[in-house]
Design a binder for this molecule. Sequence first.
Ligand SMILES: *Cc1c(COP(=O)(O)O)cnc(C)c1O
Length: 344
Amino acid sequence: MASGQLTIDLSAIAANWQALDALTACETGAVVKADGYGLGADRVARTLAHAGCRRFFVAMASEGAKVRQAVGPGPEIGVFSGHMRGDTDMIGDLMLTPMLNSLDQLTRHFEALPGHPFGIQLDTGMNRLGMEWDEWVAVAEIALQQRPILLMSHLACADEPDHPMNAYQLDLFRQMTDGLGVPRSLAATGGIQLGADYQFDLTRPGVGLYGGLPFDGAHPVVRLDLPVVQVRELGEGEVVGYGNSWQAARPSRIATVAAGYADGLPRALQGGLRLWHGRTPCPAVGRISMDLITVDITDLPEIPETLAVLDEHQRVDDLAAACGTIGYEVLTSLGARYERRYTG
Ligand SMILES: *Cc1c(COP(=O)(O)O)cnc(C)c1O
């Protein structure tokens, strides 16, 4: 094994989708944007379609093309960025469903693809995507005549259950959509766990499917093993890596493993990264470089062939905490150089 090996448990992804589905009485979709949070949108979407998922979401139309190829003609594929200029052919030919975000997009869609299914995204305070109150009031009648398949909005603070923003957005969403007779969706992974009021007709979980917070009950999905390239013995006082940033306080055995910041293990992990040999943690020492990490394995009874960065002891969110980010960013940064192996 020359490169790191990323093992992706597809049955755990299916189990996470089923567990999130079991928390609601409504339909459960799946967000597979950013190549399925870095794990392979085609494999993930096929797995979930097999598990019963009929609605997928991506950020942009080009991502939808890959998902359409993977799941075939049946399932619905929603595009959060809506109907962007230049995307008409793709949306039309591949039967993608844009979530229209503005009057501009509405006009473009109705002119270019009359009768083609669409949804509408409403902004309830996040100020990122979707029509705001005034714009919606102005276009609602025309838009509703064209029979949208979904009215959706997105929560800004759903990972903080007690945040007053949640109730505020729920109230605004209801005011904008109550009584219109169109299916609705508000909740992603965090929103699902806020309770039935937030679930409406369809949920759109992403990160929870892939084993990340804020879904506490998620099954772990990824495992990352890095090959040991070389092992050396250091005397007390010798130094390791760029900038001489680590010095051996005792005779030490150092393993060099094949991954670095070019593979999604940020330099900011320095000082906080541990790699695992079975149940034994080994600290990374010295700087993390582009392709290599040096690890203190002095306390291991044997020389390992690989060391794990992600496993049952150190999950995506643990690694995220060690470098001041979130599991979403760790997942979507996992490098292209890893050999991806699918199980389940
Ligand atoms: C990314 C995204 C989701 C999925 O969010 P998670 O927190 O990963 O579950 C749902 N809806 C929209 C609009 C998104 O952008």
